[in-house]
Design a protein around this ligand. Structure first.
Ligand code: AMP
Length: 739
């Protein structure tokens, strides 16, 4: 495999006369290319077709006589060096004269000349007859029309020699438009205009030997408001009744509940999801409900309107069974959900005046209890303050905090201070350097943007937002399927490169307990990665919502009730994470950030490792900011990683022990009772997390075998997996009983 190489220099190669696409190795990674002092005479038209990242091109002192502008069409060059070539004056060099005048790419202080007969002329003073870069302008009476109407667009053009002109019209599934041409016009006639034209460019392009010109227009095709779909609610952070609507002008959205108009509040409201591509009028959104109870079961009617029409659709939504202790006289049961007709004021989704009074009384009693409890705690803490649970003197530790941060920063292998997103990328890069053999640039699947239809937001990580989406044509068995897409926040050159490398890596990592990566979409922005959708989201949140206190509904909306996770289920989860880690260890791939927040839960309690970077934005308290910038997941790190930034398969094993601890505490934060500095002290002094109350000693033994101070003494992932598998098959009798 070719090494990662952003800069290439080819000098003094007298055998080099022609440059073709095949001569450029790793074209996608190439940023700086120098070919100098060679016999290069000819560059193929498609030589730089795939070198999209090339920004610096030095072709000085070769034998180039002709250099058509079309060679550079795919590039966004920042600097071009051409000095020292016997360029022939002529219309084919006109573009270079224009670049020189307009500084389209930096040509610096090169004194460019061209050869005319025997004489050399400065490029700037080259005079050309009958040689003009094409000019193009589109003419139309009114780009605003109703769906089904027709429109004529006229593209005027000028330029010498006479340019080749064409229209670029987006495919919108209607009959292709008609085109007619005269000497100086190309007329486009769109019959039966479709709404698909909205927000998409219709472009007229002209090119000749001297260069290229274009103009674009967007149609405003008006059509009535329409509902594309409304679906059963799903539970993600909040409950969401998802919908998609369309219309131009953009429709207004309102709801009725059981036939009466629904007043929106902080607890029940419509949220619209911005379209990151901005190339469609379809709007996706949710009717979001915060902890709805049974009184929110009923008919939801979505109504959309714009000046051209109205549409409505009703679905029945069941959130929760009526509680068994249902008493028709109970005030909460006779209360009604807030609709404008009922004129109720809402402080919460189900609150009524009676309930409010009851709620206030309970709140007052609770507040008094909390105050008494807090006062007692403060007295106790004051007494213990000098000596915390782990013998760490808090004030002493705080005094050392800056020093510690500085020394950790110093140990940051000399890298410059990083922001959160940068440090994620830094972590990825380090993984790449540690694991260079896992790249395969040709294997990454490219998915068409039009095949991805966003539904709503699932979360946000350091890379950017994560959306639920429908993806068409992904598998031959299914016309469309649900996927999770990650949209890259900022597409700087280096972020793009990291994106490409992560995609290559993810394509190679394939295992039943590693989240499935389908491919990328790199047409335009944002850059997108497409993953299998894991219905229950990240494992940490899943554990927290399935703890002993959580009496919640299954987020599938099936209405099936779940209690806390059983021992057997916890072992099942742990075994699956271990299985994914055995796979990574077998490839000598070091994860560096194994934690439940980086695992995902799908249907039927399937768990997969889901993130190979750092999901720091949401769980920022899980990371320790070193020296103000770099973030480290210190609570999951062994002493050698904290002290020496040494990350190995063995440090992943330590983190796996912490993951086991998280699973058996229903997602508690390791060392939650300690500050970051105290946690660092404890870990480096050799203290261990305590056995969780719900954890059998057989499982705690496994945790402890992961937390051996000497990395080599830690048990292998394979062994750990076998032990967990055996325990999952025959769970130990477990004596600690939850209250
Ligand atoms: P990340 O950028 O990987 O940290 O993701 C941010 C959040 O998006 C996670 O905490 C999950 O809640 C959600 N998420 C990420 N990937 C998926 C997926 N494949 N399926 C479902 N939810 C996901």
């Amino acid at each position: 495999m070719e090494p990662l190489c952003a800069t290439r220099v080819i000098e003094n190669q007298i055998s080099l006369t022609n440059l073709t696409l095949e001569d450029i190795k790793n074209p996608r990674e190439l940023k700086n290319l120098t070919i100098s002092k060679t016999q290069l005479q000819f560059i193929a038209a498609d030589a730089f077709q795939t070198s999209r990242n090339l920004i610096y091109l030095n072709l000085a002192s070769n034998r180039l006589q002709h250099l058509p502008w079309t060679i550079f069409r795919p590039l966004r060059l920042q600097e071009l060096v051409l000095v020292g070539n016997p360029l022939q004056c002529g219309c084919g060099l006109r573009w270079l004269q224009v670049w020189q005048a307009t500084r389209q790419a930096e040509l610096g202080n090169q004194s460019l000349t061209c050869v005319e007969g025997e004489a050399e002329t400065p490029l700037a003073s080259m005079v050309l007859e009958g040689c003009d870069v094409p000019r193009v302008w589109i003419d139309y009476s009114n780009a605003s029309l109703r769906e089904g109407e027709s429109i004529t667009l006229t593209c005027h053009f000028a330029g010498q020699p006479r340019p080749e002109v064409e229209w670029q019209v987006p495919e919108v599934g209607t009959a292709p438009p008609l085109v007619s041409q005269s000497d100086s016009e190309l007329v486009l006639w769109i019959q039966n205009a479709s709404s698909g034209f909205n927000l998409r460019n219709i472009t007229c392009q002209a090119e000749n030997e001297a260069g290229f010109g274009q103009d674009a227009v967007q149609l405003d095709v008006r059509f009535p408001a329409v509902i594309k779909y409304v679906d059963q609610a799903v539970n993600y952070h909040l409950w969401c009744i998802p919908f998609s609507v369309d219309g131009n002008p953009p429709p207004q959205v309102s709801w009725q509940f059981d036939g009466r108009s629904l007043n929106e509040t902080d607890y029940v409201r419509t949220t619209l999801i911005p379209d990151p591509y901005r190339n469609s009028t379809v709007v996706h959104g949710c009717l979001s409900l915060n902890r709805p109870t049974h009184i929110w079961n009923g008919n939801y009617t979505l109504i959309v309107r714009n000046p051209l029409g109205t549409d409505s659709l009703t679905i029945y939504q069941h959130f929760m069974d009526v509680p068994e202790s249902f008493n028709p006289e109970d005030p909460i049961m006779v209360s009604l959900p807030p609709t404008s007709d009922r004129n109720s004021t809402l402080a919460g989704p189900v609150e009524t005046p009676e309930e409010h009074t009851f709620g206030v009384s309970v709140a007052v009693v609770l507040a008094v209890c909390a105050c008494i409890f807090l006062s007692i705690m403060l007295i106790v803490l004051n007494k213990c303050g000098q000596h915390s649970k782990f013998g760490v003197n808090r004030s002493a530790v705080l005094a050392q905090e800056d020093e510690l941060a500085m020394s950790l920063q110093f140990m940051n292998l000399g890298t410059s201070p990083l922001t959160s997103a940068e440090s994620k990328l830094d972590a990825l890069k380090t993984n790449f350097i540690e694991n260079p053999q896992y790249f395969c640039s040709t294997c990454v699947r490219h998915i068409k943007r039009r095949d991805i239809v966003l539904k709503w937001e699932l979360g946000e990580g350091a890379f950017g937002k994560v959306f639920l989406a429908e993806c068409h044509n992904l598998s031959p068995a299914q016309e469309k399927m649900l996927v999770a897409v990650k949209a890259l926040k900022e597409a700087t050159e280096s972020a793009r490169l990291d994106f490409q490398r992560e995609a290559e890596l993810l394509t190679v990592l394939q295992h039943e307990h590693i989240v499935k990566f389908y491919g990328v979409c790199t047409e335009g922005e944002p850059l997108i990665m497409v993953f299998e959708y894991m219905k229950h989201g990240d494992l940490n949140r899943f554990l927290r919502s399935h703890g002993p206190d959580a009496k919640i509904l299954d987020s599938s909306g099936s209405g099936q009730s779940f209690g806390p996770l059983t021992l057997s289920q916890m072992l099942q989860i742990a075994t699956q994470v271990a299985s994914g880690m055995v796979y990574l260890a077998s490839l000598h791939f070091v994860h560096r950030d194994l934690a439940t927040r980086n695992c995902l839960v799908g249907r039927s309690l399937v768990v997969k490792i889901g993130d190979f970077g750092m999901s720091r934005d949401i769980y920022s308290t899980d990371y320790y900011r070193v020296g103000g910038r770099t973030m480290l997941p210190i609570r999951w790190m062994p002493p050698e990683s904290i002290l020496y930034r040494k990350f190995t398969t063995e440090s992943d094993i330590w983190s796996f022990g912490v993951v086991l601890w998280e699973i058996f505490t229903y997602g508690k934060q390791p060392w939650y009772q300690l500050s970051n500095t105290e946690a660092i002290e404890c870990i480096t002094q050799g203290r261990e997390l305590e056995r969780p109350r719900t954890c059998p000693s057989e499982v705690y033994d496994i945790m402890q075998s992961c937390w051996q101070r000497e990395p080599q003494q830690r048990q292998t992932m394979k062994n750990i997996h076998s032990r967990l598998q055996a325990l999952a098959k025959a769970p130990p009798v477990y004596l600690d009983i939850l209250s």
